[in-house]
Design a protein around this ligand. Structure first.
Ligand SMILES: [Zn+2]
Length: 216
């Protein structure tokens, strides 16, 4: 199955992606990984991309789309793929549409993880992290035994500077602004399934699995 997954930071996209990969035995295609692989292997596309990155410029769409094409032609994509972080713009969505039709691998479903501001704000502003060992706590859902002190290593807990409601609002607005054209494009094609992601992992996964089952 050919799946595209979208959702802001904090929507549990990584967790749902892992579950999808496990259930469907398809590869995870992220442009970040693809760029790194092409650059590491010194492919023509990798060299071109590197030139733009060295110059501090955005890699042009035609290079990215060509990389995606190469990737999707590989044998492990026979049963489908899970695209993550691409397409990011309407231009990319359209060129990807042409390409994916050429190689007979068009997106069949778009899983859109939707978060409610209030619920996510509660989750994020209550988060505390151990600077030393990276353990993560939540002041209500998962407090440390001694307030402000890590259970694991005894170091002080900190709140990340961007774990505030204001920063969250900025991140969510930015995400919505950036993804709206792409979502609208797929919505018109009837491919988008909106999933309320501010629930337990099991509840969200139930809905995701049902949506994917519907496509089969
Ligand atoms: Zn610790």
């Amino acid at each position: 199955m050919n799946i595209l997954i979208m959702g802001p930071a904090g929507s549990g996209k990584g967790t749902m992606s892992a579950k999808i990969l496990e259930s469907f035995k398809i590869p995870h295609i992220s442009t970040g990984d693809m760029f790194r692989a092409n650059i590491k292997e010194g492919t023509e596309l990798g060299k071109k991309a590197q030139e733009y990155m060295n110059a501090g410029k955005l890699v042009p769409d035609e290079i990215t789309v060509a990389m995606v094409a190469d990737r999707l032609k590989q044998p492990d994509c026979q049963a489908g793929y899970l695209l993550d972080g691409y397409p990011r713009t309407l231009v990319q969505a359209k060129s990807f549409e042409n390409l994916s039709k050429e190689i007979a691998k068009p997106v069949e479903v778009v899983i859109n993880l939707v978060v409610e501001f209030e619920a996510l704000a509660d989750r994020i502003t209550g988060r505390r992290m151990c600077k030393n060992c990276g353990a993560i706590y939540h002041v209500r859902n998962h407090p440390s035994q001694v307030e402000g002190i890590c259970d694991v290593c005894g170091s002080p807990l900190i709140q990340r500077a961007d774990d505030t409601e204001e920063q969250l609002r900025v991140r969510l607005d930015e995400h919505e602004k950036n993804t709206k054209p792409v979502l609208d494009y797929y919505r018109e094609k009837g491919l988008v399934v909106d999933i309320n992601a501010t629930r337990s992992i099991d509840e969200v996964w139930n809905d995701v699995a049902a949506a994917l089952e519907n496509v089969k």
